[in-house]
Design a protein. Structure first.
Length: 153
């Protein structure tokens, strides 16, 4: 079973809470929007702790390295069986330009023998919680609830 670790970056804009979501790059997600966005996340390297994975992936996909308090958000299981463990941290970014994401290569078009490179993340944006619930992978929506609960304490 695949496991990923990620970071839910949040910011406060007055009394409004906003969270950073990323849109997966590549041809499979090109025409998908609602339900396709996610927290920046990825799989651990051999021997890597999940928290280290989460913050490495955040840096690779967004360039962000926030230094604030890390709030554990627990784990969820996505529809395909992937387990995602997450932390939240306060941070900010100018999302008006494309994210400085790493790239990956796949054979595209399928069975063409041609390899193409795509960004891991092709868009990023801060959303208020209502819009974030619409955009985020449904299994990850619980991270929004857990963040809200943690910040209320």
């Amino acid at each position: 079973m695949t496991q990923s670790a990620g970071v839910l970056v949040y910011r406060r804009s007055g009394s409004l809470l906003e969270v950073l979501l990323v849109h997966p790059g590549g041809p499979y997600f090109r025409k998908k929007d609602d339900g396709a966005w996610t927290i920046p996340k990825g799989e651990p390297e051999a021997g890597e702790e999940m928290e280290a994975t989460a913050f490495r992936e955040l840096a690779e996909e967004t360039g962000l390295r926030p230094a604030g308090e890390r709030i554990p958000l627990g784990e969820v299981r996505q529809a395909g069986g992937k387990r995602v463990v997450a932390w939240a941290v306060e941070g900010d970014a100018d999302t008006s330009a494309p994210p400085p994401s790493d790239t990956f290569e796949i054979e595209w078009p399928p069975r063409s023998g041609q390899t193409r490179s795509f960004p891991e993340v092709d868009a990023w944006s801060f959303y208020d919680l209502e819009m974030a619930r619409q955009k985020i992978n449904s299994a990850q929506a619980v991270f929004l609830d857990r963040l809200t609960e943690a910040l209320a304490r």
